[in-house]
Design a protein around this ligand. Structure first.
Ligand code: NDP
Length: 271
């Protein structure tokens, strides 16, 4: 059944930022499809259709996008929100583990993007909104793989946006600071820990846990995503929450050496 309302797909809508975003988009009048790897475990949400999706599977992504087109006739907004954190020194995880993080945070986004673009180009309109992070533009020791995945997402999104703009499609980034979700509990721990990094890793893990616990409410990010989805003249980047706004500004104006010092101080690393 084709719909006349705008249709939004939100990946990873079972919890946290994705769930809040699905609710925010539905309240704003979108027909919303939310995804989870296992929708049978997801509590029903008013106005949201839940469909299964594993972003690491080509077949699952193709099936999801086809299902949405068959059911709703179009896709106006794709929110690539599904993602996973990882901690540990870069030397402490196997390459397979690093690849698994990228398979969700980077290749997952590429899979859904490639699947949805033909439909958006044919419509002559659409927005792809990618959930980046402050770690898409600043470093974070002991989270190098996660940080690399979000930096990759930034470069991919900004480049792709130039390619598809003339087809009426925009690719936009939302950059949250620490947000109070299940993120920290789902963080992947390094599979090859080394004693030499143990003490500093523990400090870093505690910093992340404290930041997420004291972080913004997911609805703060959801509102930034809604703005990206609906602004008549969208920005390429939307920071979400006060910390992200401050850090984005500081990254641009603070000299590199001073910024480097602050990163070490914050992370309790020897100067
Ligand atoms: P949550 O752990 O609460 O949510 C993560 C979501 O991703 C879940 O809905 C989960 O769905 C989904 N997901 C995980 N793996 C896959 C997969 N292979 N295929 C499909 N879906 C998957 O974390 P957040 O809400 O915090 O995270 C959402 C996004 O926000 C992520 O991209 C994260 O990097 C980013 N972010 C989070 C910050 C924070 O401090 N919380 C800060 C900055 C950015 P299910 O398990 O049901 O499949």
């Amino acid at each position: 059944m084709a719909t006349r309302r705008a249709v939004a797909v939100v990946t990873g809508a079972s919890s946290g930022i994705g769930r809040a975003t699905a609710l925010e988009l539905a309240a704003a009048g979108f027909d919303v499809v939310g995804t989870s790897r296992n929708t049978s475990k997801v509590a029903a949400l008013d106005g949201i259709t839940f469909l299964d999706l594993d972003v690491t599977s080509d077949a699952s992504v193709t099936a999801l996008i086809q299902q949405v087109i068959d059911r709703f006739g179009r896709i106006d907004v794709l929110v690539n929100n599904a993602g996973i954190g990882s901690t540990g020194a870069a030397e402490e995880s196997s390459l397979v583990q690093d690849q698994n993080i990228f398979d969700i945070n980077v290749f997952g986004v590429m899979r859904t993007t490639k699947a949805v673009l033909p439909h958006m180009r044919a419509q002559g309109r659409g927005r792809i909104i990618n959930t980046s992070s402050i770690y898409g533009f600043i470093p974070q020791p002991y989270m190098a793989v996660y940080v690399a995945s979000k930096h990759a997402l930034e470069g991919y999104s900004e480049s792709l946006d130039h390619e598809v703009r003339e087809h009426g499609v925009r690719v936009l980034l939302v950059e949250p600071g620490a947000t109070n979700t299940a993120f920290e509990g789902n963080i992947v721990q390094p599979d090859a820990p080394l004693a030499v990094y143990a003490q500093q890793r523990r400090i870093a893990d505690q910093l992340v846990a404290d930041a997420v616990k004291g972080g913004d409410a997911p609805v703060t990010v959801a509102k930034a995503i809604l703005a990206a989805a609906t602004d008549s003249t969208p920005k390429l980047r939307y920071t979400a929450g006060p910390l992200a706004g401050r850090l984005s500004l500081l990254r641009r104006i603070v000299p590199a050496r001073a910024f480097d010092r602050q990163i070490r101080k914050f992370n309790k690393l020897a100067s």
